[in-house]
Write a protein that binds this ligand. Structure first.
Ligand code: ATP
Length: 321
């Protein structure tokens, strides 16, 4: 293993409720300075995973290691290193933000009242420090929740759906805050989300959870820098076009979408060649373009591949680039 000790490591972690597995054989690592997003639909197992890491749910299988030490070997001091917004109690509406945080500071036993102003500043709520929390918008409460999780300067921050219920401006603020905590303070951030577009902008790595399984792990940098590009080709006879491309250009990696649109994952740098072959053989091309695979495509492909019952119209799986 290279680099600093991971903040969190999960090895073969599983959770069964009765006869159903909510999380199955999950292996993943979160490093300091990294934002890792668990992405999945409702019920995919995200919250269950976060709860197990926090010791709020017992796991059925596997091992969880925080900062190089197994969860079982840690005493209460692990909570000094971990901050979370999972299952945290609400705030007292009749108290101000500052009073609420003071209350939490006492519970945490942090003897530094100046932390309150620091964390309020960090989440952009300094101006609202002395307002009662019942007057706060949902976005302000969300940020106050993150402020509370940061009071004791944790090294690992665990956020369950941190942008839930926020408006676009609030989402951007929370996103920038998360990036800053990871980049400047080298905090490890593990968050859950069901919104692709958001995760794409905040995470360094994304783990796609589907029915309790980690079906794919993507490093955002790679996806952004190299991205999987492919040709989109529309003809009236997709099947004939595919045969032709196989014969003439040896194309093996392609997908025929249900509407007949063709995706070709080869010859991406020579679209003219592909178009010429089709046209020369009497197959007019109605549309041709080069596209980059978005995380959404990736997500759909990953979950479809994990789901044998689904039919995405794939003729031949494009395979890894
Ligand atoms: P959501 O975004 O809806 O919270 P999630 O990805 O966080 O979704 P989990 O809450 O982890 O999903 O739930 C995963 C599965 O485990 C679901 O099928 C859920 O019904 C089940 N589950 C979660 N908690 C319990 C419990 N206490 N008892 C029984 N089943 C549970």
């Amino acid at each position: 293993m290279d680099g600093p000790t991971p903040a969190a490591e999960l090895r073969g972690v599983g959770k069964r409720y009765g006869r159903r597995w909510a999380v199955r054989d999950l292996t993943m690592t979160v490093h300091p300075g990294e934002v890792y997003a668990l992405l999945g639909r409702n019920g995919a197992g995200k919250t269950t995973t976060l709860r197990m890491i926090l010791g709020l749910a017992r796991r059925t299988t596997g091992e969880i290691v925080l900062f190089g030490r197994r969860l079982e070997q840690w005493g209460a001091e692990v909570y000094r290193r971990v901050g979370a917004t999972v299952e945290t109690p609400g705030f007292y509406g009749n108290l101000t933000a500052r009073e609420n945080l003071l209350h939490n500071l006492l519970i945490l036993g942090v003897p530094e009242p100046q932390r309150i102003d620091q964390v309020l500043e960090l989440v952009g709520l300094r101006h609202a420090a002395d307002r009662r929390v019942r007057e706060f918008s949902l976005g302000m409460r969300q940020r106050l929740g993150i402020a509370r999780a940061l009071l004791h300067e944790p090294r690992l921050l665990i956020l369950d759906e941190p942008t839930n219920g926020l408006d676009p401006a609030g989402i951007r603020e929370v996103r920038e805050l998360i990036r800053e905590l990871a980049a400047e303070r080298k905090m490890a951030v593990l968050l859950s989300s069901h919104i692709l577009a958001e995760v794409e902008q905040v995470a360094d790595r994304v783990g796609i959870l589907h029915e309790g399984r980690l079906v794919e792990e993507v490093r955002m940098g790679e996806l952004r820098d190299r991205g999987r590009t492919y040709l989109v080709i529309e003809t009236r006879e997709p099947e004939a076009a595919v045969r032709l491309l196989e014969e003439r250009l040896g194309v093996r990696r392609y997908t025929v979408l249900p509407g007949g649109t063709l995706r070709v994952y080869e010859h991406v740098d020579r679209p003219d060649q592909v178009v010429r072959v089709l046209v020369e053989h009497g197959l007019p091309v109605l549309h041709a373009s080069v596209q980059r695979e978005s995380l959404e495509d990736h997500f759909l492909r990953a979950t479809a591949a994990a789901d044998p019952a689904s039919d995405t119209g794939t003729n031949r799986p494009p395979g890894a680039a």
